[in-house]
Design a protein around this ligand. Sequence first.
Ligand SMILES: [Zn+2]
Ligand SMILES: [Zn+2]
Length: 482
Amino acid sequence: MLVRSLDAGWSRGSIVAVDAGVHLSAIARILEETQPPALGDEVALPHVLESGPFAGLEVRTKSPSANAAHITRQLVDTYLITHPHLDHISGFVINTAGLPGTRPKRLAGLPSTISAFKTHIFNNVIWPNLSDENNGAGLVTYMRLVEGGSPALGEGDGKGYLEISDGLAVKMFGVSHGHCIERHSHRGSTSSSRIGSTDVSMMSPRGAPGSNAASGPSSAFRTTSLARSSGGGQEQESICVYDSSAYFIRDHATGREVLIFGDVEPDSISLSPRNLGIWQEAAPKIASGRLRAIFIECSYDDSQTNDRLFGHLAPRFIMEEMRALASEVETVRQNPIKLETTKKRKRESDAAIRRANRIAARSSGDDHPVSPKSTRPRGSISGSDGVTSPIPTPIPTPHLATPTAELTLKDLDPTVQAAFPVKPSSVNPLAGLKVVIIHVKDNFSDVETTGEIILSELQDYEKDAQLGCEFVISSKGESFLL
Ligand SMILES: [Zn+2]
Ligand SMILES: [Zn+2]
């Protein structure tokens, strides 16, 4: 996906790419469709394109591939990679060697993503080391982004944002993209005594005796240690949660933002749920109208069972996440002034109240999604067939088991609970928000595509939920002006 600030025009380095699974060939295809057919003959060169996503760009040859190469070489400087799965990086990896420009491409992402590139891609085995580290060719420079934003950068609304191109700045958050389906213990990462997630790279330092950076676990995984009871005792098993990321991209000139997710799984079945934090970050931006579009994956339609999601979303979970977002937006709208001063504490207490409500709703037979942090898979370690089937089971959260004074009052007071209902109370809390569905897996059907099924399922849910957001299935070559 390509993002550009309108203010920057088509200047050098003005385009930022988010992932690059196909990239060059996709750009060439767009140009094939939008260049005038008579380009180079009746239509003189150079020519300023009049339509399509590249309208306004001057092209110098009649060949769509040559023009695509020019765009990639000169206009795209920065690649924000959400996670290092092949379908998100292959275009970048292959095109970079063939199209050397005059300055290195910046490859930005989670430190674990960069580490995966160093160890598994640009390692002189799978692909030459094109990077500028370890005596590489210098075509790629790594940028390790800080999760949750760079604390010392930016100010005001742009606080924490890192400038990555002319007019665009970025803030990145890690998200969960499923977990390792093999049942095993990674070296150096077994049996952490607490329930939670830990960065495996801290526990298994490179070069430490007994560790092998090349064949050991990539630090793209975090380990999560799960307690499960068997017989009379408690066992600890560790499994690996695979990290992906989501990017808020901000246009300096207008303050407008877009939120783009890499592959992601729902909080309610994740072993390391982090989507709620992103919704809390997004809510004030939606309430103020600065964030108008979210690009989020929906790989499957609802016929895919939970144990076959492999770290992805389906429409029922998109809705679950959108309800969580809507609830955060309502909280902001209901109490914008207090939120400014006690934002963090309020978010935490609201989340605890919602958790309590959801657990209460479940126990009364209402099957609303449970809060991520109250969810632990029931016996969720992979079976011998390598397939896990994590069924959410609510357990009391630490907040509720040992509540603070503030939480006790709110948790026990039914009038406060009524003010934070499970369902968003106002009509259309997400009005004006475009939810663009990406990463739809093709079902190769000529009757009804997965995209069409997903859209109709989402629209059915929306009839009931009345969130007010508009669902759009993205298609190749489409452009959005935000
Ligand atoms: Zn993936
Ligand atoms: Zn993917």
